[in-house]
Design a protein around this ligand. Sequence first.
Ligand SMILES: Cc1cc2nc3c(=O)[nH]c(=O)nc-3n(C[C@H](O)[C@H](O)[C@H](O)COP(=O)(O)O)c2cc1C
Ligand code: SF4
Length: 366
Amino acid sequence: MKTNNQSKLFEKFTINRLTLKNRFIMSAAADNLNNSHDAQLKRFAELAKGQIGLIISGGTRTNKIAIWEDVINVVHENGGKFAVQITAESGPGIFMGNTTGNEDVVAVSELPEDHLYFKSLAPFVTYGKHHAATERELEEIIDRYAKAALLAKEIGADAIQIHAAHQNFLSQILSPLTNLRKDKWGGSIENRTRLHREVCQAIRKKVGNNYPVLIKFGAEDKVAGGLRFAEGRKAAQIIGACGYDAMEISQGLQNYSDWSKTPMHPNVQKSEDEAYFRSYCHEIKKVVSIPTILTGGIRSIPTMEQLLNNNTTDCFGMCRPFIREPNLIKRWQSGDHSKATCISCNKCLTELFLQGKPLECYLDEK
Ligand SMILES: Cc1cc2nc3c(=O)[nH]c(=O)nc-3n(C[C@H](O)[C@H](O)[C@H](O)COP(=O)(O)O)c2cc1C
Ligand code: SF4
């Protein structure tokens, strides 16, 4: 194995004007810590001390961006860089379990209660009252993304990331399963990527060309009737050319009846189980000119070196490994190159979303 001095993984990497100290990125993780300020500051200080190149916040609604100001300062004091992940504000099941059924929320399309979309996301997301967004509501959504990006810049975030993966609004508008629209936002792949492009343009008008704007992109749905990769690749090509500075690769709609149909595959043990979205990234990298971030089951240095060498990606996103070991990069830098100790059991996720517990590794808890 190469030493740190020889490995490109530990070299600086630049996205737009933002220079990262290495190619390791903490992928977004919701943390249930917004009401536990001190615990949240402690968590992000630890991550920054752990030498991660870029730390991405958990998905944050456009009207909640200001909550990150103190975290940003703490990350900077500890030598780190921070990006806010921005999500839309409403829609059926966009936010885990937020659909109470009482509030008539804005959605891409109106879907019946027995729709596969809701079945595939149970028990994390349930059916709720919703309506297809009007033209005006879509314009408002674009405006809210743009204002949120500007606020993130103003409070000191080094970058923002638009969430267009998993069950998010932008994944839903791209997916033929959930986008049933007959207007300029539905049908062709150009129409289904219109919101991604208009959001980017509106953000650029507010933050300028030199501010890093990333996107997390769902390349394929793991639900019957959803987005297939052939279309996902075309969408990536269109979105990759519209003004975003880097694209993190993940999947689109997920199916919680089987963890392997979600972005959080279980039991990532062998090297061939690692980097389970590598083929998406490898193919997308051929059709986009912006840097890519490959996320999903990245666990060991040899796998990453191989993926860098064969031009699969530029950077690596990890989420669960940093929940268990916030100091993982520091450990690797110190010469202990054994792979991440996270076993991908997903207890952190179920405790967080089903029990409302704070984000941490629950593997060793009886
Ligand atoms: C507890 C938890 C919370 C997550 N929250 C988010 C989120 O807010 N936004 C997002 O894009 N992905 C979220 N993810 C997905 C991760 O960013 C990542 O795509 C996925 O876990 C695969 O990477 P990994 O194998 O390194 O964990 C979350 C994952 C976990 C385990
Ligand atoms: S609970 Fe711990 S070991 Fe299990 S997936 Fe989460 S971080 Fe990894």
